[in-house]
Design a binder for this molecule. Structure first.
Ligand SMILES: C[S@@+](CC[C@H](N)C(=O)[O-])C[C@H]1O[C@@H](n2cnc3c(N)ncnc32)[C@H](O)[C@@H]1O
Length: 379
């Protein structure tokens, strides 16, 4: 097995052991879904079936209800969504803990059984009034109904596999999952003040060792020689997925644009919130997009020369921006006023108005990424 991929699983198994030994708190860590998601990531995007890791995880995870959830992820990854659902159903029979109900709901949504999902959440609300966590799961029903059938990782993978950016810059690395889609020919850079450190990342590309910068994006652009780090003057693809605040996303855009070439693309995550409650500047929900969405009306107003569309990709929309001008200083000059102006903006309640404001591409069948990237790719 690839040693970077193995190191990512070792990191997670180490955490599992530390939680078991009560050396660290484990409240936020639910290992069956963490490991299950990782296995499915490598299966889907790298065509790796890591059976020995699955066996090892089943050995390390002791509770029967947890093993059922692990098995559910595995069944789902092997294209058996109904089986996955039955396994999570068995887990909630064994344990009434919230975690298992949440997993059951996730698999109901993955099976696109919205009616049962809403009914289950409704019943749950009656039994445990005021439990906001599961009520928030209703957002995932709305996402499944309103968004396209594939998610933003699928689009990033398509870009990496089929168009091979020479330079890919990612702001906001978290677990390394999106960065782990980079292929061997790409020079990949990841910036994150918390997790941009090889030993802290569960996900790794089997082909690519990215340059990691453990610092804020502002510091990266202020103190690093960006063309030297990229190995050329321009990036091909950049992904803004750092701090979920409009003013920060705008600064990231301004900083990146200075290094854009004629064929560069900037992707911005979290530009289509499913509900106003997840779209506030201050976080009040478990699933949270912040007010990054304001960057779309802002850029469309202040920079009509840019080409912008927002794709309804699960879970929070992905904007695609082209035709940047590295010499433009319009946004930088007007930054303070523009932030003040758009900070005051409210997300429209109506879905139709929201789609218009955020330049949402409606028709999945009409969209092809090939229309937005250079013919034949970058390499
Ligand atoms: C949503 S996660 C990124 C997810 C990742 N891109 C993926 O799709 O797998 C956001 C990350 O942004 C990081 N972050 C927060 N503030 C940042 C900043 N000022 N500059 C760069 N990264 C930041 C956080 O530490 C967090 O890991």
């Amino acid at each position: 097995m690839n040693e970077n991929v193995r190191a990512g699983f070792n990191y997670i198994f180490g955490l599992l052991y530390a939680v078991e030994q009560k050396a660290i708190p484990g409240d936020e860590l639910f290992f069956p879904s963490i490991i299950g998601e990782m296995l499915n990531f490598y299966r889907r995007y790298w065509h790796l079936s890591l059976d020995s890791v699955y066996e090892e995880a089943m050995f390390l995870i002791k509770k029967p209800e947890e093993r059922l959830i692990m098995a559910a992820y595995e069944a789902f990854g092997r294209n058996l969504p109904e089986v996955a659902l039955r396994l999570t159903e068995s887990a909630i029979v064994i344990s009434s803990e919230l975690t298992y109900s949440a997993e059951y709901i996730s698999f109901l949504v993955k099976n696109r059984n919205m009616e049962l999902t809403r009914q289950f959440i409704g019943d749950f609300g009656e039994r445990f009034p005021g439990n906001r966590y599961l009520e928030e799961k209703l957002f995932s029903c709305d996402v499944a109904e309103k968004f396209w059938s594939y998610d933003y990782y699928d689009l990033l993978a398509d870009i990496q596999v089929n168009y091979r950016p020479r330079v890919y810059v990612e702001i906001g690395v978290a677990t390394g999952k999106s960065l782990a889609l980079a292929r061997s020919e790409t020079r990949a850079l990841g910036i994150d003040p918390v997790s941009a450190e090889k030993s802290m990342l569960p996900y790794h590309s089997p082909q690519n060792s990215p340059s990691l910068f453990k610092m804020t994006s502002d510091d990266f652009f202020a103190y690093r020689d960006v063309p030297a780090e990229m190995g050329r003057a321009h990036f091909d693809v950049a992904f803004i997925d750092g701090l979920h605040h409009f003013d920060q996303a705008l600064r990231d855009f301004i900083n990146l644009e200075r290094f854009a070439g004629p064929n560069s693309v900037i992707l911005i995550h979290d530009c289509l919130p499913i509900d106003p409650r997840v779209a506030t500047r201050e976080r009040s929900t478990a699933f949270w997009t912040g007010d990054v969405w304001k960057i779309i009306p802002c850029l469309r107003t202040v920079r009509p020369d840019l080409d912008i569309i927002t794709l309804p990709l699960s879970p929070a929309g992905l904007a695609l921006v082209r035709r940047m001008d590295p010499n433009s200083r319009v946004l930088a000059r007007q930054y303070v006023n523009v932030v003040e102006q758009f900070n005051a903006m409210e997300l429209p309640e109506s879905w139709e108005e929201r789609r218009t404001l955020l330049a949402v591409e409606k028709d999945q069948s009409r969209f092809s990424i090939a229309d937005y990237v250079p013919k034949g790719g970058w390499i």
